[in-house]
Design a protein around this ligand. Structure first.
Ligand code: GLN
Length: 490
């Protein structure tokens, strides 16, 4: 097995035992980026020099046995929506082309403190708006399982990098499914923590009441390790929670015996591919065999989650994106005759079609006269969705369903039909609106393409989601499935 196919946990042991150095490991991963990067296009920027410097520092730390942490020397990729000081960070948008932030995101600082190695910035849908990575202002990402297919989105580059061996793990962000759905479509583990669990300071905002940063890894243990490193209160993000962060690894192996799992009947949506439904039903049966009790539950407002999301998220986006005016950041249009024209030209040329669509939808929904009919109404629906989850979690510990109704679809298959694209997130969006957490774990293949099982736990009960995910992962062999791009290197 090559180094870049291994897990964080294995590599950590090898680093600590001096079997390998972080420099060696980092070169192995950079080598895989060289070998397959042109195929996946997962990165917008590979920070080779930074990675090599950090790897050397990590090796010193390891050699001196000084403050060695679980991520010391581990090469990690960062979604391009995360600010890294003096490293170009564009959120996948042309409007931020060449923009280097003057400060780093809190999660980035935390990983630096751990001694992690940064491989670069991964491709994503522009400002994280999309489900296929085709809205990137630069280029689409190709799924390492089938290059003519999408990797999902918006954290498609992070997902493809982890699935192809171009990173050991990655961070993504999830506003309506952007960690879980690409994780499902590329056969990896992706976790959207509860809103407030991870600081959003330095995350380029899409929809501020929904955005969360989370870990994308090859297995559940790695996911717990990475979450542990980034979770916790941050005085620089007033929405980050002060609740103490539990030790995620200590409860991981507690199993599902005696746990109550709920299957929301609304999550078997119309249009779900039969092979996906079959894999989910098989996974539920397996969890039952492991000792969990299964009961059907109802989340009655699931059908209005998608329309409410497509009011709330664009409304917040329209406000957040007002700051890109050509004066302060990144791209500036040339030839404007006055300031107003400069704003207009910069935004016309700098934003892509989907971002413009959302700004218009959001501005309309917030405008006086329409505010009550759209934005206020959507907020009321959000309250009902929060109530749905509360009621369900009185009866069960965790909710189980699919992550995505389909496996990875072809590049270009849905680009002409925004509504078909939006429907991808029909079962991931409720968790964002409902202030709960959700993880996607691999649960099989259909025609050689990965399927994801979604486990949803109550707010701030990440450890419970991880516990069920781990029980499922260890009861199956799905974790061993590797994308053809990764396998080829074995
Ligand atoms: N696909 C959804 C959207 O386009 C969710 C994106 C996300 O979670 N960032 O808005």
């Amino acid at each position: 097995m090559t180094l870049f196919q291994r897990s964080i946990r294995e590599l950590h042991q090898m680093l600590v035992d001096r079997e390998i150095s972080s420099v060696e490991l980092t070169e192995a991963v950079l080598g895989q980026i060289d070998a397959v990067g042109e195929k996946t296009k997962a990165y917008l920027l590979v920070t080779r020099e930074l990675a090599r410097r950090q790897a050397k520092d990590a090796d010193e730390r390891l050699r001196a046995n000084r403050d060695v942490r679980p991520l010391t020397g581990i090469p990690i990729a960062l979604k391009d929506v995360l600010c890294v000081q003096d490293v170009v960070s564009t959120a996948g948008s042309k409007i931020l082309k060449g923009f280097s932030p003057p400060y780093s995101a809190t999660v980035v600082e935390r990983l630096e403190a751990e001694g992690a190695v940064f491989l670069g910035k991964t491709n994503c849908d522009e400002f994280a708006m999309g489900s296929s990575n085709e809205n990137s202002g630069y280029w689409p990402v190709h799924n390492p399982w089938a290059l003519e297919r999408v990797p999902g989105g918006s954290s498609g580059g992070s997902a493809a990098a982890v699935a192809s061996g171009e990173a050991i793990a990655a961070l993504g962000s999830d506003t309506g499914g952007s960690i879980r759905q690409p994780a499902a479509l590329t056969g990896i583990v992706g976790f959207k923590p509860t809103y407030g669990r991870v600081s959003r300071y330095g995350l380029i905002a899409f929809a501020s009441s929904l955005d969360q940063i989370g870990p994308m890894t090859r297995d559940v243990v790695d996911n717990a390790i990475l979450l542990q490193a980034i979770a916790g209160h941050d005085p620089r993000d007033s929405t980050s929670s002060e609740r103490p962060v539990p030790d995620y690894l200590s409860t991981l192996r507690n199993g599902v015996k005696g746990m109550r799992l709920g299957v929301p009947k609304e999550y078997f949506v119309a249009g779900m591919e039969p092979a996906v439904e079959q894999a989910i039903r098989d996974a539920i049966r397996l969890l039952e065999q492991q000792g969990a009790s299964i009961e059907e539950v109802s989340l009655p407002h699931s059908d209005v989650a998608l329309p409410a999301y497509y009011i709330i998220a664009p409304a917040e986006a329209s406000s957040n994106l007002a700051r890109y005016d050509g004066v302060r950041y990144g791209y500036q249009a040339e030839g404007a005759k006055n300031l107003i024209e400069e704003y207009m030209l910069t935004r016309q040329q700098g934003f892509g079609a989907e971002v413009k669509r959302r700004i218009m939808l959001g501005t309309y929904a917030l405008s006086s006269g329409y505010y009550d009919a759209y934005y206020l109404q959507a907020q009321k629906v959000r309250t009902l969705i929060i109530e749905d989850f509360k009621q369900a979690f009185e009866k069960v510990d965790v909710l189980v369903g699919a992550t995505s109704p389909t496996v990875a679809f072809g590049l270009g298959a849905k680009t002409q039909d925004p509504v078909a694209m939006y429907l991808n997130d029909i079962i991931t969006i409720p968790a964002n609106l409902g202030n709960v957490c959700g993880i996607s774990v691999p649960c099989g293949l259909a025609d050689g393409l990965p399927i994801g099982l979604q486990l949803i736990a109550p707010g701030f009960r990440e450890e419970v989601a991880l516990q069920v995910a781990y029980a499922f992962e260890t009861a199956t062999d799905f974790r061993k499935l590797q994308s053809p791009l990764m396998r080829a290197a074995a």
